[in-house]
Design a protein around this ligand. Structure first.
Ligand SMILES: [Zn+2]
Ligand SMILES: [Zn+2]
Length: 423
């Protein structure tokens, strides 16, 4: 039977759909051969078994009836999947790679939505990331999806659970973890591979940083948990106090998220952005004042003008990641104010700071990197709470094979915030 179907397809029928179109009996025949047959059907070039079953409920039942407990199982018996592989600078290839299997403590998640991220864009441009990814490697780190396999020893998740699996997890044992700085863990492990049909989640991330998504939260919103956790962390780390004026420099996805977090928390905010589209977004996300100026120096001066007596803001958060902007950010705060260098700059860059200004104006300089498990939980709660405007951050949707085009577009267009890649 297996060979019949395979032959039918190889002899010129382009897809199994054609086979299926001939009638229900035929579908039954397709699967009657047992597991091997399903594998064959899929291997012969059909993208997913979903296409086979899309023809009607009855057929799903038939597929399942023939010895497979769930459709997820059927999907898992595929031997290959499509995934984005980063090979170097501006070189992403969609390849057929083995479908991962769950080892001890691991889970396999069928990706429901993976989001593009400023970090991925940086990696796309530079071809590497010192801490997070070394090519060739599976790519993408913001995702939510459905568990399709739980490895031995996994207690908290079963097949069918909707989850958001974070991109990293701390060890919980080192000095930094012990002191509550899990973001600085000596052995922080990172996971990539969200731009794919399935992703393997390492045991430690399953244990510490995989969260169940509430029923009312769409998967693509839940996928915002990771960047939002960074934003919440950056904001809280700046130690805001009631009555503070908070300025956020940068209108990229994270700048806008920090701005939105500050505004939801009731703070007066100043958004400093570059592009027209970002002005619109900042207004929509609750900015009290918006500054758009041709140079950063001019923008800083205009922003100060929104504070009483031009004294400067209480908190300035740099979310651009350029040395020039870091330097200027120091000029934006009042005496006793706090600057948070949130935006990570390229390796081996340096800044020059006015020592007198920092010392005699009693300025606090901070920097915030990444997130902790506790903050990830807060971020998901914020998304589920309903006040956070998750849908405003997802400005486009695309298929996996369009990924290169999506990144090229993100490099050139200012209006896009995040694109949801749906495999
Ligand atoms: Zn990200
Ligand atoms: Zn640690």
């Amino acid at each position: 039977m297996a060979s019949t179907v395979k032959d039918a397809i190889l002899r010129g029928r382009k897809t199994v759909e054609t086979v299926v179109e001939e009638g229900r009996k035929r579908v039954e025949n397709v699967v009657e051969g047992g597991l091997n047959t399903v594998e064959t059907v899929v291997d012969v070039g059909l993208d997913t078994v979903e296409t086979v079953v899309v023809e009607g409920r009855k057929k799903v039942k038939t597929v399942v009836h023939h010895g497979r407990k769930t459709v997820e199982n059927v999907l898992l018996h595929r031997s290959t999947m499509k995934a984005a592989v980063l090979h170097g600078r501006e070189d992403i290839r969609i390849e057929s790679v083995p479908v991962p299997k769950a080892g001890v403590g691991e889970i396999i998640v069928q990706v429901g939505a993976a989001l593009t991220c400023g970090t991925d864009l940086k990696v796309f441009r530079r071809g590497y990331h010192a801490r997070m990814i070394v090519p060739p490697a599976l790519f993408g780190h913001e995702l939510a999806g459905t568990v399709v396999e739980a490895g031995e020893g996994v207690r908290d998740f079963v097949s069918g659970d909707r989850v958001v699996a974070l991109n990293s997890a701390p060890c919980g044992k080192c000095y930094f973890c012990w002191r509550g700085h899990e973001n600085l863990c000596d052995d922080l492990i990172f996971n990539n591979g969200a731009y794919a049909e399935f992703i393997q989640i390492p045991a430690r991330i399953v244990e510490k940083n995989t969260l169940k998504v509430p029923d009312n939260v769409p998967l693509e919103h839940a996928a915002l948990t990771e960047p939002l956790a960074c934003a919440v962390h950056g904001f809280e780390d700046s130690r805001p106090r009631e009555g503070d004026i908070v300025a956020v420099i940068g209108g990229g996805p994270l700048g806008l998220m920090i701005l939105h977090v500050a505004s939801l928390a009731g703070y007066e905010t100043i958004a400093i952005v570059k592009h027209d589209g970002q002005v619109e977004a900042a207004r929509h996300l609750g900015a009290t004042h918006i500054v758009q100026a041709p140079t950063i120096r001019r923008a800083i001066r205009d922003a100060r003008a929104f504070t009483p007596g031009d004294r400067g803001v209480d908190i300035a958060i740099e979310a651009v990641g350029l040395p020039d902007t870091w330097q200027e950010a120091v000029e934006l705060v009042r005496k006793g104010g706090t600057v948070n260098f949130f935006g990570g700059c390229a390796a081996n860059t340096h800044v020059t700071l006015d020592t007198n200004r920092i010392h005699y104006s009693d300025i606090t300089l901070r920097a915030t990197f990444h997130h902790t498990p506790e903050i990830c939980r807060k971020a998901l709660a914020l998304i589920a709470g309903g006040r956070f405007q998750a849908s405003s951050f997802i400005t486009g949707r695309a298929k996996l094979y369009e990924l290169n085009r999506v990144f090229e577009m993100l490099m050139n267009r200012s209006r896009e915030i995040k694109t949801a890649i749906v495999p």
